[in-house]
Design a protein. Structure first.
Length: 128
């Protein structure tokens, strides 16, 4: 009986360790991937951007695309915090900063230049 209790306790701790590893991602692990982002109310109208963020070491590198997939710019700098990322790049002759904060596992909210609202959704890759 004692062995059965020890076995059950071992299985329970194994299950709990897998559950702990399944916690939501933060930082570069969360933001890595492709994001469709809509920036509203700019002097250029509402802007649709795709941010392609790749994990490199403990940080991120990034590319900014327009809605057709044409490259606009490379990110010159990316600052990552637990649930927030700030992207810096040049677009339409202007230095741009975009802050995106985790809303849930597949959505972000934030602002561009601290003035214009931004909201985005993760582009999910289909399994082949």
């Amino acid at each position: 009986m004692k062995r059965l209790i020890v076995l059950a306790a071992g299985l329970l701790s194994l299950v709990l360790s897998f559950t702990a590893q399944a916690q939501s991602k933060t930082g570069a692990d969360f933001f890595a991937g492709k994001w469709n982002v809509l920036i509203t109310g700019t002097p250029y109208g509402d802007l649709k951007r795709v941010y392609v963020l790749e994990k490199k070491d403990n940080g991120l590198t990034g590319t900014v695309l327009d809605s057709t997939g044409k490259e606009i710019s490379k990110c010159s700098k990316i600052e990552v915090k637990d649930n927030e990322v700030t992207l810096y790049y040049t677009a339409l002759g202007n230095d741009v900063s975009v802050v995106l904060a985790k809303k849930d596992e597949d959505h972000v909210t934030g602002s561009a230049l601290g003035t214009f609202d931004a909201k985005g959704e993760r582009i999910k890759q289909l399994l082949q």
